[in-house]
Write a protein that binds this ligand. Structure first.
Ligand code: CA
Length: 230
């Protein structure tokens, strides 16, 4: 059975090009041209992946993303019109899994889609690992949750995956390109600050003092490493 992708995009040429190429790739494509219909279609079709434009009529892409994320863990790929919007996407607690900036190449988009599907499948097939105790915060690797006193902490899916990856490789130093490659599934020059933004938000969640991290250490001139305090 082919996977269904929901594309929510108000620019007809972008929508048509995307739909055409995704269908050529063997996906079933459902479309919407505004946020309100996008949410309707999402509920009717239960797609396997959502491609969501940031600037939409009726209900904005950010709001659509938030609503979908409340209802589902479906992979969400955001489309942004300009580089300056990326900060918005990454900075807001939107819950989107990835983004591309317009104009984008179809091959780049395909690579992102494949990576998102690979990861959502890996998530389903990995046997339940233990809960890792980081002082006051517990990392539930199987449940993709951060817990403090039994309460779930809000964490973006990508930030969680980054934390889980570093925890699974304790003491191993990774540079930003390697982390992009392992966690995001690609490594494009110039996007490495995404890693910094996510490490910053993780420190705010798991460290008592984010300025003096006990677990998520910066290795100057190299990258990041997870270490337990000795
Ligand atoms: Ca738009």
């Amino acid at each position: 059975m082919s996977r269904t992708i929901l594309v929510v995009e108000d620019e007809p040429t972008v929508l048509e090009t995307l739909a055409y190429n995704l269908e050529q790739d063997g996906y079933r494509v459902v479309t919407a041209t505004d946020g309100r219909v996008g949410i309707q279609r999402f509920r009717e079709e239960s797609p396997d992946l959502v491609i969501l434009d940031l600037m939409l009529p009726e209900i904005s892409g950010t709001e659509v993303c938030r609503i979908i994320r409340q209802e589902s863990a479906v992979p969400i790929l955001m489309l942004t019109a300009k580089d300056s919007e990326i900060d918005k996407v990454v900075g807001l607690e939107l819950g989107a899994d990835d983004y591309v900036t317009k104009p984008f190449g179809l091959r780049e988009l395909q690579a992102r889609i494949h990576a998102l599907f690979r990861r959502s499948e890996a998530r389903l097939t990995v046997p339940a690992p233990p809960v890792v105790d980081l002082g006051p915060v517990q990392v539930d690797l199987a449940g993709h949750r951060l817990l403090r006193d039994g309460e779930s902490l809000p964490v973006r899916p990508k930030a969680f995956e980054l934390l889980a990856f570093l925890i699974r490789h304790p003491g191993q130093v990774f540079n930003r390109e390697q982390l992009l490659e392992h966690v995001w599934g690609y490594a494009y020059a110039g996007e490495t600050r995404t890693v910094d933004v996510h490490v910053h938000s993780l420190r705010n969640l798991v460290e008592d003092d984010p300025a003096e991290p006990r677990y998520l250490h910066t290795v100057r001139g190299v990258g990041y490493v997870f270490r337990r305090p000795s």
